[in-house]
Design a binder for this molecule. Structure first.
Ligand SMILES: Nc1nc2c(ncn2[C@@H]2O[C@H](COP(=O)(O)OP(=O)(O)OP(=O)(O)O)[C@@H](O)[C@H]2O)c(=O)[nH]1
Ligand SMILES: [Mg+2]
Length: 413
């Protein structure tokens, strides 16, 4: 059965992993140096465009989990806050081995980088540190952890490979299954590399190349440049932007998102999560909204903080960026939101006032209608499946955004 997708947050101590997690969830994981000792799982919300928008049914869209506002739906997704990694983690430094082990089940990683340069490689306070280094060494730690585990057994692996006349995909998959790998992932890794030598003749260099490519396939990584609210961030962002694939980078200020969500919860501001829109009572009165939207009065100190946050983050970057961090991870994974409905004509509703599209599941690209059925219904016997328009669809077909993503499963023999 396909597991729910899991996004792992990694980074050195004090880069802002727990703050990022908190900004995306309602959990309160403790914030501070080396405070995260055990992996913490929490539910964050991924913003997607909901199927209700396609049918102009947004007014009646009432998700069982998460929310949907004007067709922007927040779907729960599992996040894992891994404790801070330091250089040498793969050799056990700073409990690194244990922390790396926690990553095994992640489908994608978010590397939270302190782009302000105010913490060194170990997470200690400093000024002027070059955060582009963190991107390089952290990736190196992940690769060397996997490579180290493989090399420990390589002699035996090679002998068995020859003795059993296995193919390289089988042999490697046996070694990589502990990372939640699949034969498809291993096959894709090897296809891209086009290695000519047989596995038993692989040199150390070839093995490193394979592990590197496997890391790319198994752990697609978003680089979240955090703390953009800090005045030192700009020059570091510019440098990193030149070195990295722009698609892998997202700018964010986790602390700003935490602050805005807290103020919104306490009814001081109206804030659309992930957007640049923050309104205070005064703003709303100016916009002729009676009663200032029912918001509370702010004191001068809070007003100034909000103004600063708008100037330093929202107006310059368009948002605090954390919602976009998750969206980018979902893009890298090619996640597809699927909407199982009872009634394919009413989209879940039996009468015209009922709520529609109550359920939504996130699956990885390449998932079939049958896989989704197993996830949604377990072992219940399937009679047939209907797609949008009430047409029957084959269980072998793959689900995609806009195609086979609204499904009605009929049970029975
Ligand atoms: N200026 C600024 N500070 C931030 C931001 N995000 C986090 N911080 C601060 O950075 C420090 C560390 O944040 P944490 O979220 O605890 O960092 P962590 O990566 O979870 O650290 P460990 O659990 O020790 O690995 C705290 O003082 C946060 O307030 C941000 O966006 N901007
Ligand atoms: Mg933490």
């Amino acid at each position: 059965m396909p597991r729910d997708p899991l996004i792992g947050l990694v980074g050195k101590p004090s880069s802002g992993k727990s703050t990022t997690l908190n900004s995306l969830t309602d959990a309160t994981s403790k914030v501070g140096h080396f405070t995260t000792i055990d992996p913490q799982r929490a539910i964050g919300y991924l913003q997607i465009s909901c199927a209700c928008a396609r049918y102009s049914l947004s007014a009646r869209c009432k998700p069982n989990y998460g929310s949907c506002i004007n067709g922007r739906r927040s779907v729960p997704i599992e996040l894992l806050d891994v404790a801070g990694l330091v250089p040498g983690a793969h050799e056990g430094k700073g409990l690194g081995n244990k922390f790396l082990d926690d990553l095994r089940h992640a489908d994608a990683l978010v590397h939270v980088v302190d782009v302000s340069g105010t913490t060194d490689a170990e997470g200690k306070a400093t000024r002027g540190y070059d955060p582009s280094q963190d991107i390089v060494w952290l990736r190196g730690e992940v690769v060397r952890w996997i490579e180290g585990n493989l090399m420990e057994k390589w002699g035996g692996v090679r002998r068995r490979h020859v003795a059993t006349k296995a193919n390289p995909v089988e042999t490697l998959q046996n070694q990589f299954s502990g990372y939640g790998s699949t034969p498809t992932i291993v096959a894709r890794t090897l296809d891209k590399l086009k290695i000519k030598e047989p596995l038993e003749a692989w040199t150390q260099e070839t093995i490193s190349t394979v592990v590197n490519a496997f890391t790319d396939e198994k752990f697609p990584t978003v680089i979240a440049l955090n703390k953009i609210d800090h005045p030192d961030a700009d020059k570091n962002i510019a440098k990193i932007a030149k070195m990295q694939d722009p698609n892998s980078i997202v700018l964010c200020s986790a602390i700003s998102e935490v602050f805005l969500r807290k103020l919104a919860k306490q009814n001081y501001v109206r804030y659309v999560e992930g957007s640049e829109f923050v309104d205070t009572r005064e703003d709303l009165i100016e916009l002729r909204e009676a009663d200032g939207g029912g918001l509370k009065e702010l004191d001068e100190k809070l007003k100034t903080r909000i103004e600063n946050l708008k100037d330093m983050v929202l107006y310059r970057f368009g948002s605090t960026g954390v919602v976009q961090v998750l969206s980018r991870a979902a893009d890298l994974l090619g996640l597809v939101p699927v909407f199982p409905v009872k009634n394919i004509h009413g989209f879940g509703a039996s009468s015209s006032n009922d709520a529609v599209f109550r359920d939504c599941v996130l699956v990885k690209k390449g998932t079939t209608i049958r896989d989704v059925a197993r996830k949604v219904m377990g072992d219940a016997p399937l009679a047939y499946v209907e797609g949008a328009g009430g047409v029957r669809v084959s269980e072998d077909e793959v689900v995609e955004i806009g195609k086979n993503d609204i499904l009605s499963y009929k049970v029975g023999r």
